[in-house]
Design a protein around this ligand. Structure first.
Ligand SMILES: [Zn+2]
Length: 372
């Protein structure tokens, strides 16, 4: 299973690579009706024909995909060319299906990376403490089984259960002893949670369980973990696991939406917006460190292959810097190339919601946070 670092590596090595090459994102999820009897093989063949992928290369790709009766992924990402490039990534997420022969198409990998930043969910009640990592990209550790919505449970063995008993009030000796036990119990869980959080590279943490448990747990969390808590969800853990995971997924989506909204608010305060201003700040002034753009953006921009630079004047068929011929490219591809070369994070926002409305109507589809 592809890991986040593999995808980063793939983006860096594919972006800016001279084509033509094949970039294919193929839905191979056996659980959806469209894929019954491996219908994706037919879609792939048709799409490769439409794109006029050279026959020999088509054959190699088909040999590989037909051989694999159980791809064990939701999406296969394939990059291949006629000079020996042949790389396959298995993703546990659905990405828009596409097949392209030409410039490398890595925007969907970027989408996967930022859309699915790993979330942790610490779920606790009096009986159990469980920790889920919500990331469709597998971690470098462990081989835990993937559950619904890309949740993976990390095995945990707290040394003891929630302390029982205690006195009638906090003031009698038995009550105080009980309080101390509870405190050290949560302290131990907090340290356990911290270790997994760091190991799994989780930046955003959800706490879930009955209100009084999550509140106690949160109070005893190590500081560096408290900063990462983005949501506290009060729920009864008696429900079936599938229900629990659905709730956690809803919380994650809400938190992601909130994160995007905060990014746009920050850009409104002190950022750049619009194609021209943002590309200038990113490319020429090198002061953009976080970009936001619409996944649905269909714009094109002129590009010089020799300089690896966008030419903001769309009428310049000759490059103003080196005099060679320029060409039109998909803006999305150019943004991936520029963001990768300049170390900026690129957030694709998709769907119809308040954030994509803001980005489209107020910021012209592209905006960025600037360092100065
Ligand atoms: Zn040039």
């Amino acid at each position: 299973m592809a890991q986040a670092q593999d995808l980063r590596q793939a983006i860096t090595s594919m972006a800016g690579r001279p084509g033509p090459l094949l970039s294919a994102y193929l839905s191979v999820n056996a659980e959806i009706p469209e894929n019954q009897r491996r219908a994706y093989l037919v879609r792939l063949r048709d799409a490769m024909n439409d794109e006029r992928v050279p026959k020999d290369l088509q054959q190699r790709i088909r040999d590989y995909t037909e051989e694999e009766t159980h791809p064990g992924a939701r999406t296969l990402a394939v990059f291949a060319d006629e000079h020996g490039l042949f790389e396959i990534y298995r993703l546990q997420v659905a990405v828009p299906e596409s097949v392209r022969w030409g410039d490398p198409y890595v925007a969907p990998l970027m989408l996967v990376l930022d859309e699915y930043e790993p979330y942790g969910a610490a779920v606790l009640d009096a009986e159990r403490f469980r920790y889920f990592v919500v990331s469709p990209l597998s971690s470098a550790h462990g081989e835990e089984k993937m559950k619904a919505n890309g949740f993976r449970e990390v095995d945990l063995h707290p040394s003891e259960l929630y302390p029982r008993g205690g006195g009638s009030t906090d003031l009698d000796p038995a009550g105080r002893k009980h309080q101390a036990n509870v405190h050290s119990f949560y302290k131990e869980l907090g340290e356990l949670a911290r270790d997994i959080t760091f190991r799994e590279d989780v930046q955003r943490l959800i706490l879930a369980g009955p209100g009084e448990r999550t509140a106690e747990f949160r109070r005893t969390l190590p500081n560096e973990l408290q900063e990462r808590v983005v949501a506290e969800e009060h729920l009864d853990l008696g429900a079936p696991e599938g229900k629990l995971l659905d709730r956690l997924e809803a919380v994650r989506e809400r938190a992601e939406h909130e994160r995007e909204k905060e990014l746009l608010d920050e850009i409104r305060e002190s950022g750049v917006r619009g194609l021209d201003e943002t590309v200038a700040a990113l490319q020429e002034e090198n002061r953009v460190y976080h970009l936001a753009t619409l996944w649905e953006l269909e714009a094109e921009i002129r590009w010089c292959d020799n300089d690896q630079l966008a030419i903001r004047d769309a009428s310049r068929e000759e490059c103003p810097f080196c005099g060679r011929n320029t060409r039109m490219r998909q803006l999305k591809d150019v943004l991936v190339d520029l963001a990768t070369a300049r170390g900026a994070r690129l957030d694709f926002m998709l769907g119809e919601n308040e954030n994509t409305d803001t980005l489209r109507d107020e910021f012209g589809g592209l905006a960025g946070l600037t360092r100065f």
